[in-house]
Design a protein around this ligand. Structure first.
Ligand code: SF4
Ligand code: SF4
Length: 181
């Protein structure tokens, strides 16, 4: 999902990067995550740029908008796309390079984000297809396949994450109802 050529916060443009057109799902096109968009010309751009869907127009990865991330973090080089969610930071891996985030300088920096994030209830997730890894101050929790009807539940001691599990959203809602009775 190649974004607009210029971002507001930096003078960067996507250049030869088209990785979001592979890793992101595009609802308007029925395009699943982790498959090239039929309109993408990898490393060149979008063949329907003027008519691309609104979600493509709106998308900006973190590297594009955050000047604190240097060119090592450009998705085409890093082999992952950084995005944000309501919960925190997401590292969306190119399925061809599922362990790229573990390489220097990425893994240690991602751990730093997790460490500072814990103070503010911000999570850092590695998204490798359906497999999700929660990065925390002390360790990584490999949560396996996390589907859209699943939720990640963290067990905290203070702000420190000591455990993480995956539960069905419906079970979580039932437990919440019982707590309120
Ligand atoms: S429509 Fe264009 S910008 Fe959107 S995902 Fe496909 S190639 Fe990328
Ligand atoms: S991943 Fe980021 S830099 Fe790469 S094409 Fe998408 S918005 Fe542009």
């Amino acid at each position: 999902m190649q974004s607009e050529a210029k971002s507001e916060a930096t003078s960067r443009d996507c250049g030869d990067c088209t990785l979001c057109c592979k890793v992101m799902a595009i609802e308007a096109l029925g395009k699943p995550a982790n498959a090239w968009c039929a309109h993408c010309q990898p490393k060149h751009g979008c063949s329907i740029y003027a008519d691309r869907p609104a979600e493509c127009r709106a998308f900006r990865c973190l590297w594009l908008v955050n000047g604190l991330l240097d060119d090592q973090w450009k998705p085409a080089k890093a082999k992952f796309v950084l995005t944000t969610s309501d919960d925190g930071i997401e590292v969306r891996c190119d399925p061809g390079f599922p362990d790229a985030w573990r390489k220097a300088p990425y893994q240690s920096e991602i751990r730093e984000w997790a460490m500072s994030g814990e103070e503010h209830d911000v999570t850092v997730l590695i998204i490798n297809g359906p497999r999700i890894i929660l990065v925390t101050r002390e360790r990584d929790f490999d949560l396996g396949h996390v589907g859209p009807d699943h939720r990640i539940v963290r067990e905290l001691e203070g702000t420190r994450v000591v455990n993480a599990t995956v539960v069905r959203a419906s079970d979580l809602a039932k437990a919440s109802d019982l707590d309120q009775e």
